[in-house]
Design a protein around this ligand. Structure first.
Ligand code: FES
Ligand code: FE2
Length: 425
């Protein structure tokens, strides 16, 4: 439960809202690389923290993230002509390069330096892990780029999907770190998996959480089917401030590891990026993964990546199927998640909830994010921005371990790493 003030501090990300200003200090995905695959191709319109942007790849292959509004009279540069080393506004022909410099101003020939003074806002852009990333904070504060381990894999060993959600970012994250919902909401799918390899059938795990230098991690501790008196089945999920979750890597190494990133579009919308990557060097079939997760552009998603199944059509819930064995009447993980999350309203009233012991991770996320934003307001070092933080060695895991082994030994850094003194934890 949060007060109305705390809820606003947690959820609002546009304009001067402190949370959005804090998030600008981190690298953030702007779109998929495939959306801007071709030099001089169609520019992509994207909104982050309520700011409307355009991503484009110029003739030479350089990717840029710029303000959507042409500085002349603010027409959209997403409609612009992308050719010959820049983006030209179709309204009066002003043209800008990837750095935001005005390189042609045909309506103002010989205008005494007017063209040279004209600047289009351009943010640093970088491609990694199938995505274009940008940094929207003050230039002097730009942090090291987070080199996650999946980014180092060949492109065919990971799949990336993108889905728009009509909810605030925090609500989407609360769905991702809500361990107890899977057994109910996703039960048809989960139970099929469990039939294949039942590690545990314990539906009320003990949850424990602890803060870390990147955010926090929590363990769901269950009694396993095998050796229930001497072992525990532990799943450790990680949350990296400000919007990334590492789902526990599957025990079975033929199954993919999974990371989720939730980028705030504005206060009431979020773009979800889901990454599935190999644990055994085998290729990942990206198209099949998107089909399986009902995230295929043009089939499950509209032109702006939002689900075609939404509140307007009652998420295509099939009541007849519910009478015949389906728990939700809704097909697919992400459709089920989105139906529940969107049904709560775009910003849930956190003063009206009744939280239980199964909500420990959600409570911790809110607490950690509020702490993070208050640090920002106080000018203190931000969580997870230590340049020595080894992003590629942060691990989420699930393991069956002896009953007396602390859960903290699961999902720790790969290899030895201890944050140096002074790094915020
Ligand atoms: S509005 Fe873009 S050139 Fe006039
Ligand atoms: Fe879910």
């Amino acid at each position: 439960m949060l007060s109305a003030e705390e809820n606003t501090l947690l959820t609002h990300v546009t304009g001067d809202a402190p949370m959005g200003q804090m998030m600008r200090r981190y690298w953030v995905p702007a779109c998929l690389s495939e959306e801007v695959a071709t030099p001089d191709g169609t520019p992509v319109r994207t909104t982050i923290f309520g700011e409307r942007l355009v991503v484009f790849r110029d003739t030479g292959g350089t990717v840029a993230v710029v303000d959507e509004r042409c500085p002349h009279r603010l027409a959209s540069l997403a409609l612009g002509r992308n050719e010959e080393g820049g983006l030209r506004c179709i309204y009066h022909g002003w043209k800008f390069n990837t750095a935001g410099a005005c390189i042609d101003m045909p309506t103002e020939p010989g205008a005494f330096g007017f063209r040279d003074r004209m600047k289009l806002q351009s943010y640093p852009a970088r491609e990694a892990g199938g995505m274009v990333w940008t940094y929207m904070g003050p230039a002097a504060e730009i942090p090291a780029f987070p080199e996650y381990d999946w980014m180092k894999l060949p492109r065919d060993q990971y799949a990336v999907m993108k889905v728009g959600e009509r909810v605030n970012y925090a609500q989407a994250i609360e769905g991702a770190i809500d361990s107890s919902h899977s057994w109910f909401l996703h039960q048809g799918i989960i139970w099929d998996w469990q039939k294949r390899a039942a590690t545990s059938v314990d539906t009320s795990p003990r949850l424990e959480a602890e803060d870390t230098d990147y955010g926090f991690r929590y363990a769901a501790i269950r009694v396993p089917v095998q050796n229930p008196d001497t072992e525990r089945y532990i799943r450790v999920t990680l949350f990296l401030v400000p919007f990334t979750a590492f789902i526990p890597r599957p025990l079975d190494k033929t199954t993919y590891a999974h990371i989720q990133i939730f980028v705030p579009v504005d206060n009431e919308r979020t773009i979800f990026y889901g990454i599935f990557f190999t644990q055994n060097d085998n290729p990942v079939d990206e198209e099949a993964m998107r089909r399986e997760h009902h995230c295929v552009p043009g089939v499950d998603l509209d032109r702006n990546w939002y689900k075609l199944a939404n509140e307007d059509n009652w998420f295509n819930q099939d009541r007849a199927a519910m009478k015949n064995g389906s728990w939700t009447g809704i097909n697919g993980f992400s459709n089920q998640d989105m139906a529940c999350q969107e049904s709560m309203g775009p910003i849930v009233d956190r003063a009206a909830e009744q939280l239980g012991t199964s909500d420990i991770a959600i409570i911790r996320m809110r607490k950690r994010m509020l702490e993070a934003v208050r640090r920002f307001q106080d000018g203190e070092p931000l969580i997870g921005l230590d340049p020595d933080l080894p992003h590629d060695r942060i691990r989420s895991e699930q393991l069956v371990v002896p009953i007396d082994q602390p859960w903290q030994s699961v999902g720790a850094y790969a290899g030895e790493y201890k944050p140096k003194a002074g790094v915020p934890v």
